[in-house]
Design a protein around this ligand. Structure first.
Ligand code: FAD
Length: 170
């Protein structure tokens, strides 16, 4: 879902989205590797081979402990349309269908229907209105980070001057 919505939004090559897709891939691959390792490193119980209980519990711990980070990441990549997009009734309505078809198509070559379907799936499985409102209302997290750096430049220059003075740099 992370990669799908990044593709439909046309942002797979944005640096911070690449970082998030890397996180998602690591989450999945770690889980798959632990499951596989638990089977390869089986233990015998009553003459029966069973997956290694330490490794299976590490797998479950990893899955549960990192799950909310994964959900946040997918909500972040998706954008506010997860909860603000019009409804299926609007899609069926001839008066609004054309506007949705035009304005919800993402990357060139991506249909609005595919993007809307992916928003629906993610919303059903991974998103509450409050979570997405907190993340995207008034701009995405990355928008805040860009503004913080832009607005903090003077302060950072003052800090550099202090560090230069301390290091004896003229
Ligand atoms: C509950 C709610 C209420 C809102 N109310 C208002 C309102 O009153 N008025 C109003 O004007 N808006 C409102 N919004 C819209 C809100 O401002 C946007 O949702 C928000 O700016 C994020 O934009 P987006 O949804 O288009 O997501 P996107 O901009 O598509 O963001 C999705 C992801 O892609 C990344 N991304 C997208 N483009 C780039 C890029 N070029 N470079 C780097 N990263 C990129 C983002 O960082 C993010 O991780 C509301 C949204 C919500 C959820």
């Amino acid at each position: 879902m992370a990669f799908a919505i990044a593709e439909y939004n046309g942002v797979t090559e944005v640096p911070h989205i690449r970082e998030k897709l890397t996180e998602a891939a690591m989450y999945l691959q770690t889980l798959k590797s632990l499951i596989r390792a638990s089977c390869l490193d089986f233990v015998m119980h009553g003459g029966m081979p069973v997956p290694n209980p330490v490794t299976t519990n590490i797998a479950k711990y990893h899955f549960a402990d990192k799950y909310h980070s994964l959900v946040k990441l997918i909500q972040d990549i998706s954008g506010g349309s997860l909860i603000t997009k019009p409804t299926y009734l609007d899609w069926q309505n001839p008066e609004t269908h054309g506007f949705m078809d035009k304005y919800f198509s993402g990357k060139a070559g991506t249909s609005a229907e595919a993007r809307l379907r992916m928003f629906d799936l993610i919303r059903r499985q991974l998103a509450s209105e409050y979570e997405v409102m907190v993340l995207h209302g008034e701009g995405s997290l990355m928008a805040q980070r860009m503004m913080i750096l832009a607005e903090a430049r003077e302060e950072l220059k003052r800090c550099k001057k202090i560090a230069d003075d301390m290091a004896g740099i003229k």
